[in-house]
Design a protein. Structure first.
Lengths: 170, 170, 170
């Protein structure tokens, strides 16, 4: 009788532990996705091309309305060359606003705004060049979460920027 | 004797599981509040009035210094009409800075700044119309956390904006 | 035999609980660090010098490129006096972008951008005075996490700002 009770109690504890472990893993995934996405701005404003590259999958696509970068190597090269290096030299900040994260198994979506601020040449201030809608699509890999695709569209009234933001919770 | 030891050990495990479950729930609540608050900007810049509406309780109040919207329907209507639709058409971004979250049982407070950036008509840039102090008050409902009240005050030196931010950790 | 099985099962459960508790504590630490860092902007724009002071250790250093404040008292005094009080009176916002958090035992690093926006005197808008690279170094204390050092460097192309951001994930 005691054995049977112990056995049932043990099964309950095992099930509760498994359920709680799943919930903790879900929280860890959100934090891990946030960690990757929030590392982009500092790395790109540091001009650290290798660090930027480590955030993406090999075959990642960075689809900016101005240009599409295909594969990690093109993204790394973007950081190393003009015009990005010119922006860094004159002074700039690539900022995000708080990242909305949605994880589904081994995939995740992070939605937010981005701002590119540039230093004014003639005075002690910055001006806002671009404010964009952003959707990061990430995948879980052996080494952690990586960005597989980032789509950014400037918020100038165009439908594509609004559609991208409209997918935030879906 | 073994039974009694098993019983004590089981009671300890049950208590530890319950305590840990409470801590996980507290973390989940913070994430859930953050999820709702960070969904607002994308939804409103998408012009998705229904998605904006789903973030609020039926009787929610959005108390902006310019105007007070009472009830979800007035908030939804705000998104659907001028001047909001004009801002979207010319290009705009409703951004937050990182949200400070405080949960107390079935209620929560989220404090942050907001910015409303608008596209310049004559050049390739944006200008900052408003920078405001924000306090979101949320409640846990059957379907998850919802905004019951948002108070926003432009940071133009007025005492009400400063008082609102001064309540951040209280 | 049943006792031995029970004993093994109990040991497994205890080990799993301990491991899960560690993971929960790691998540709590990230949230706690974020809570402290995101409380700074609201407190400083509220002009609440005591609340600002409570975020730092006694011997904290706030190393801004314009000036270095040494010890909590100097930081509190900065909030109470000019020019900070002048910025508040004319209207300003001290904003961050999403905080990248790294915890290592009883120490933590938070990296992000900051913006100081000020209200224009002649029109209904704000201008961006400074966009800076930020590194917050925090320590776990009896009363929770506190800022021990904040280093900020304006992003005007200087190497020190870029180097600071380059340490984001290291």
């Amino acid at each position: 009788m005691a054995d049977r009770t112990n056995h049932d109690a043990a099964a309950t504890v095992t099930a509760q532990l498994a359920a709680l472990t799943q919930r903790v893993r879900a929280l860890e995934d959100v934090e891990a996705v946030r960690e990757v996405v929030t590392a982009y701005g500092p790395a790109v404003d540091a001009g650290d091309a290798e660090a930027v590259g480590r955030l993406w999958t090999d075959d990642a696509v960075y689809d900016l309305d101005l240009k599409v970068f295909t594969g990690r190597e093109e993204i790394v090269e973007m950081v190393r060359t003009a015009p990005h290096q010119d922006y860094l030299a004159e002074g700039c900040g690539h900022l995000l606003d708080p990242v909305h994260v949605r994880v589904d198994g081994d995939e995740a979506v992070a939605t937010c705004h981005s701002m590119l601020l540039r230093r004014s040449s003639d005075e002690d201030s910055f001006w806002v060049w671009r404010v964009s809608a952003n959707r990061f699509e990430l995948v879980r890999s052996e080494g952690g979460w990586l960005i597989r695709r980032r789509t950014a569209r400037v918020l100038d009234g165009r439908a594509s920027a609004r559609e991208l933001l409209g997918r935030v919770r879906s």
